[in-house]
Design a protein around this ligand. Structure first.
Ligand code: ADP
Ligand code: ASP
Ligand code: MG
Length: 402
């Protein structure tokens, strides 16, 4: 008898038919004698629709506390419906909201981190042979307020339960049958991988492959939770995410695209010590994550600094720097939101020269201009115009996989 954690994403529970199908997947494992804990996301586009409703009330932005209260409602609907579907099949199921399932988080509304999962309730229910259905993406802070974990956060809820309960398996069911070398909906010849390492999956997820939330991979690695990404539509093996893989190290594991990027340029800064410190210190105070940074060579006593931030942080970053104009003494501040980051990821590139040049050649052949470049041991990212993003992913993917 095993303890199995299963997570079903929004598309997997989008309507009654899908919910009933998911119930049958759960029933199969339960009837074999396994204990099953299930995490579900909000149905289909529910979370987007709820955000839209909030914008209708206050286009200038509602408080994060109330947004969390609203968004958490999406998952409440799915857990109840799924429990009802299992009940209908004559199986003992019980739905729990995040707080009932023991999810304690910090107070960063909208992007809260899980501090602890108090699994007592889940354990008690399982001991009674109940199938426990937990609302993903949500928890409670020390003030008893509802928090959410950030978009795609149900993956993290599932991994957190699997880690806290030392589950035998953590299965992430979605609308594709595994992790591919690029988004299979955008790149026809993308290939499915049988296995991928935590590190490579973490890079891919962080760089835009939304199939797994990056925090969930980070947590899986930390607590050594082996993940399987698989289809809720077709019954076949998916992709295993784990520490080391048997496959021969390939040069490149995948190509990812991130369009949630804005590029900010601060032109004509004083070319003297402390300028970069003051600038980025200000952004840090506003908890703005800076990604690629480029500083021009100084000329005539001035220099330019260009950097990228998540798109939804662009406005805050510009406001923060505008408030320092007299202090930083820059000449111009611009923001470009029509950019995208394209990345290649692979542990093999560490020991192989030529990956960057191959990537740049593919972009050159496709007449795509590169604005910025950043590298680490296992990835190379470029910033390009967003209108070229899908074409760029295809071109770069073809260069490495065709
Ligand atoms: P869920 O609602 O199940 O959480 P998501 O929409 O968050 O599903 O993630 C699944 C989607 O991720 C797929 O439909 C696919 O378009 C996209 N995706 C992006 N990159 C990849 C990749 N490298 N491999 C597989 N899917 C990917
Ligand atoms: N429903 C949330 C979202 O759409 C969480 C999730 O799907 O994982 O982001
Ligand atoms: Mg998701």
């Amino acid at each position: 008898m095993a303890l199995i954690v299963k997570k079903f994403g929004g598309s997997s529970v989008a309507n009654a038919e899908r919910v009933l199908h998911v119930a049958s997947i759960i029933a199969e494992d339960y009837k074999k004698g396994n204990n099953v804990v299930v995490v579900v996301s909000a149905q289909g586009d529910t979370t987007d629709d709820l955000i839209e409703k909030a914008n209708e009330i206050n286009p200038d932005g509602s408080s994060k506390r109330e947004l969390d209260m609203l968004l958490a409602a999406g998952e409440q609907i799915s857990i109840a419906l799924l429990a009802m579907a299992l009940e209908k099949m004559g199986l003992p199921a019980l739905s729990l909201l995040g707080w009932q399932a023991g999810f304690e988080t910090d107070s960063h509304h909208g992007i809260a981190r899980i501090k602890r999962v108090n699994t007592e309730r889940i354990r008690n229910e399982i001991a009674k042979r109940n199938i426990v259905i937990v609302a993903g993406f949500q928890g409670i802070n020390k003030y008893d307020d509802i928090t959410t974990l950030g978009r795609g956060g149900s993956d993290t809820s599932a991994v957190a339960i699997a880690a806290a309960m030392k589950a035998d398996v953590c299965q992430i069911y979605t609308d594709v049958d595994g992790v591919y070398t690029a988004d299979p909906r955008k790149v026809d010849n993308a290939r499915k991988m049988d296995e991928i390492t935590y590190d490579e999956m973490l890079e891919l997820a962080t760089l835009g492959a939304q199939v797994l939330n990056n925090r969930s991979v980070e947590m899986a690695k930390k607590y050594n939770v082996e993940l399987e990404v698989l289809s809720s539509l077709e019954n076949k093996p998916g992709t295993i995410v784990k520490e080391t893989v048997n496959m021969e190290k390939t040069l490149i594991r995948g190509v990812a695209k991130d369009t949630n990027v804005a590029c900010i340029s601060v032109v004509g800064l004083a070319d003297k010590p402390g300028t970069a410190f003051k600038l980025f210190n200000k952004l840090a105070q506003f908890e703005i994550n800076v990604d690629i940074i480029l500083q021009s060579v100084g000329r005539d006593g001035t220099k330019d600094i260009t950097f990228t931030v998540p798109k939804d942080m662009g406005k805050t970053a510009v406001e923060a720097l505008s408030s320092m104009k007299d202090f930083l003494k820059y000449k111009d501040l611009t923001i470009d939101e029509s950019v995208a980051k394209i990345s290649v990821v692979g542990a093999g590139m560490e020991s192989h020269p030529g990956v960057a040049s191959k990537m740049f050649e593919a972009l050159f052949d496709a007449s795509i201009n590169i604005h910025m470049i950043s590298t680490s041991e296992i990835k190379i990212s470029v910033l390009i115009d967003s209108e070229n993003a899908d074409r760029a992913v295809k071109a770069v993917h073809d260069a490495f996989f065709d």
